[in-house]
Design a protein around this ligand. Structure first.
Ligand code: FEO
Length: 392
């Protein structure tokens, strides 16, 4: 991909990673991703904002051919998908200074062995002039690591947001054309890497609220020509009330637990509650994460294996615990052969979830009419809790 002009003297550089299917050896990337860097040429100085993941370094270095000088390499985030090519850039442009938050400085030294002398730190709200263009640095911790900042180009009203507001999509589109597609990708991305820091993201949104933003240029995915698309979405995901939805992640070995899940799902739907089922043995874990963004309740279905939950169900619960969605209620259903401590094990795995646990339903072997009745009662209890909490 060649460098592409966004505005006069402002360019997209970077790489589309079309084939990548996993991030951090964990997060599914059904549509690949991109690593966006931005070149801003002022009347006196030139800045490069972020770089690319090291395996794609050659693309960035080729795009920089013909650039006579870089004065500043702004490192908005020390994670290597954005910072990993900074050493290559410094080799080519030894006069450049790396600009980072004080916390990022130490991380860049630790992670990339960049010389401390090459790094200058900027305080929250500090500006750097490029001549006719001014970069203002706004510290925004935990989007997605503690050292992160965003950059506001004052004269053009462009917010360069790095991970914040990003989406994992590889495409030839420079700006958002298909809003529905980007909305879904951005929600998946929010669920997987931003949701755990919801309370801090709320503060970051408040901090950005006074800025007049004409364009948001993240370091993953497309540029937002209509910033309200993603700003409104974040308001809803972060601050909106939970929806009248029950998420049912489950595993079933011999269909007993699956029968319970199906019965509970039907009973919930009969009560006007939306359900989303995820078979954890085959599901795209990103889809489960997305469902957790809005849901009010989670009911985990698992058979008992070796005295505890099925390992895949434990994985799902572990993820829910660390992603810290805004769910309010949780319960457990499942079948066992002869005994076990599944409920106790699950209970010990959710210290970060501030939820009310509703009475689990466990059955021995195939569910009986008594067990089905208990599942109907669980559906009724969930419905009542939602009503009491104005979750409609
Ligand atoms: Fe895209 Fe947290 O790195």
């Amino acid at each position: 991909m060649h460098k592409r002009k966004i505005r006069n003297h402002i360019y997209w550089l970077g790489a589309e990673d079309w084939e990548r299917r996993l991030f951090d050896s964990l997060i599914p990337l059904p549509d690949g991703t991109s690593y966006n860097a931005y070149l801003i040429e002022g009347s006196e100085k030139t800045a490069l904002l972020d770089t690319v993941d090291p395996p794609m370094a050659e693309e960035l270095m080729t795009q920089l051919n013909g650039v006579p000088r870089i004065d500043f390499v702004v490192s908005q985030h020390a994670e290597q998908d954005h910072s990993g090519t900074i050493p290559r850039v410094l080799d080519r442009f030894p006069e450049a200074k790396v600009v980072a938050t004080p916390k990022a400085k130490g991380m860049l030294v630790d992670l990339l062995r960049i010389s401390e002398d090459a790094i200058i730190t900027v305080a929250d709200g500090e500006t750097i002039s490029l001549g006719d263009k001014t970069l203002k640095f706004i510290h925004t911790p935990w989007v997605h690591w503690p050292e992160t900042m965003v950059t506001y180009l004052e004269e053009e009203r462009i917010l360069f947001s790095c991970d914040f507001f990003g989406s994992h999509i590889a495409t030839g589109d420079l700006v958002v054309n298909d809003e529905n597609r980007v909305y879904e990708a951005a929600k998946r991305y929010y669920a997987e890497i931003m949701m755990p820091f919801r309370s801090i993201i709320k503060k970051n949104l408040e901090k950005l609220a006074p800025y007049d933003i004409a364009m948001i240029a993240p370091s993953h995915g497309q540029i937002y020509n209509r910033p309200s698309l993603i700003l409104d979405a974040y308001q809803e995901w972060v601050l909106g009330p939970p929806h009248n939805t029950v998420v049912l992640p489950y595993v079933s070995m011999h269909a007993s637990t699956k029968r319970m899940v199906d019965r509970l799902a039907s009973a919930l739907v009969d009560r006007g509650i939306r359900v989303e089922l995820f078979d954890l043995s085959v599901t795209d874990i990103g889809k489960l994460a997305m469902a957790l963004v809005d849901a009010a309740t989670v009911v985990v279905g698992s058979p008992t294996v070796l005295g505890g939950p099925h390992p895949l169900a434990a994985y799902g619960v572990f993820l829910a615990n660390v992603l810290r969605p805004k769910i309010k209620f949780l319960s457990i259903i499942g079948s066992y052969g002869w005994g076990g401590k599944m409920v106790e094990t699950f209970a010990g795995m959710i210290p970060k979830l501030k939820v009310e646990v509703l009475k689990p339903v466990l059955c021995k072997g195939l569910p009986t009419e008594v067990d089905y009745k208990a599942l109907d009662n669980l559906a009724a209890a969930i419905s009542e809790k939602h009503r009491e909490n104005n979750i409609v």
